[in-house]
Design a protein around this ligand. Structure first.
Ligand code: LLP
Length: 423
């Protein structure tokens, strides 16, 4: 459930007409709803009430400070994958003790910053990484709390580009090496082994892969304990899907039940890293129709948003529902059109053959479910400014990241002296 609904014949974000915000901020722009963020966080964390779980929001899904602060106020932790995300999480007021650091390529300065901040856990993904972490921690006279991310060789049955739990993927330590790697790591200076971590992929709409992975992790924890490791933390990652196209994924409650059934009586703290589920449906991308063009074979609706603003359709064939801002009447005819952006490549297509009510230049449309992996993946391709973000709270809204001016963008480039000639 979200708080983007039609009222008085037009789309609202909570208590505000989307058109009012778009007029003031300009298009394209992302709009997030506080009430939806809060609801999703509470529904997810509610699935683990009374079971000593730490919910670490996956910052990669949406790293805006205002979004993070909203979640921090509800008690959320953070899953970060870079020094930059760590800095954002801390700046938003998420306590270091609730931050886990994931990712296959952590650099020494990022490890050092995280150690000094006092994070909850490093999710380590390889032998070279644990050796570097050991060196950094020893040099600082500190001890790094560590879980290894294990690769359970489970098929997440999601898009290939966002599957992470198969043996062929770059993530985690190979299942057959886990026992040796834990033994060797436990002997390294500056390393405190405390947990096991798994994340098998994103936008999962079936509980079976989770169930399989979690059961394998349970057996692993039992084995590791038998081998003398004090496993107190089990991080089960993120990945629960959201309804983009009408397919209804399992509820957080049933996902929670699977996790608790697998791990509940192990005497561990469970950690979860949901991203999309918390922010996905809490955001829309609003765009204006620039032209409606009749091609030789197809009709094109050309928007002022493009693949650089929302790359999911181009990159993962992602489906985003498109609403007109004016509520279509139930009798209004639907027309088939390709919805595209102005970027100069055919990949800049949001939807092919989409059924939409008739639109014309100047009309506004909204891409739904754009709060996760939307603004964070935006670029300035075609020298298009980074798309701004707005947060709504009941009848108030504020710009939480402004649109850079073209001058600000150009200022980042410099002409080398040999080209400048002082002219
Ligand atoms: N934990 C780890 C270690 C991850 O790699 C990810 C996502 C998450 C948690 C959060 O997963 P979520 O709950 O959001 O599914 N850009 C792609 C998704 C990439 C996901 C990367 N990792 C997309 O737009 O579909």
């Amino acid at each position: 459930m979200d708080h983007f609904t039609y009222k008085n014949g037009e789309l609202y974000a909570e208590d505000l007409p989307v058109a009012t915000i778009a007029k003031e901020v300009g298009t394209p722009c992302y709009i997030y709803s506080t009430a939806t963020l809060e609801r999703h966080y509470k529904v997810f964390s509610g699935a683990f009430d009374g079971s000593n779980a730490l919910v670490c929001f996956a910052v990669k899904a949406n790293s805006n400070l205002a979004v993070l602060k909203t979640l921090a106020n509800l008690g959320a932790g953070a899953d970060v994958v870079s020094g930059g995300e760590l800095q954002r999480a801390l700046a938003a007021g998420i306590p270091a003790s609730k931050i886990v650091f994931s990712g296959v390529g952590k650099r020494p300065w990022e490890m050092e910053t995280a150690l000094k901040a006092g994070i909850h856990q490093f999710n380590v993904e390889s032998e070279p990484e644990i050796r570097v972490l050991s060196e950094v921690a020893s040099r600082l006279g500190m001890e790094a709390p560590v879980a290894f991310r294990v690769n359970p060789d489970v098929d997440a049955k999601t898009h290939a580009k966002i599957s992470t739990g198969k043996a062929e993927n770059k993530f985690g330590v190979p299942w057959q090496d886990v026992s040796r790697i834990y033994r060797e790591a436990a002997a390294l200076p500056g390393i405190k082994i405390q947990g096991v971590d798994v994340h098998i992929g994103s936008q999962l709409t079936d509980l079976d892969p989770f169930n399989n992975a979690f059961k394998r992790v349970r057996e692993l924890v039992e084995d590791l304990r038998r081998e003398g490791h004090d496993i107190t933390q089990v991080d089960l990652g993120g990945g629960l899907g959201i309804p983009y196209d009408g397919t209804i994924p399992p509820s957080p409650a049933s996902y929670g039940a699977v996790a608790i059934e697998a791990m509940g009586n192990m005497g561990v703290q469970l950690i979860f890293e949901p991203g999309r589920l918390i922010v996905g449906n809490a955001g829309i991308l609003v765009s204006e129709v620039i032209y409606v063009k009749q091609g030789a074979e197809r009709k094109f609706i050309i928007l002022d948003a493009a693949m650089n603003d929302l790359i999911r359709p181009a990159m993962y064939d992602g489906y985003h529902h498109i609403d007109t801002i004016l509520e279509p009447s139930s009798e209004s005819i639907r027309e088939l059109a390709d919805v595209v952006g102005p970027v100069c490549e055919t990949g800049d297509t949001f939807a092919r053959g989409r059924e939409l009510p008739p639109v014309e230049a100047g009309d506004l449309v909204a891409f739904r479910s754009a709060g996760a992996y939307g603004a964070v993946m935006a670029s300035t391709y075609n020298t298009r400014p980074l798309v701004p973000e707005v947060l709504v709270n009941k009848d108030q809204f504020e710009v939480i990241r402004k649109r850079p001016s073209l001058d600000e963008m150009l200022e980042l480039d410099t002409i080398p002296t040999w080209l400048d000639n002082g002219k």
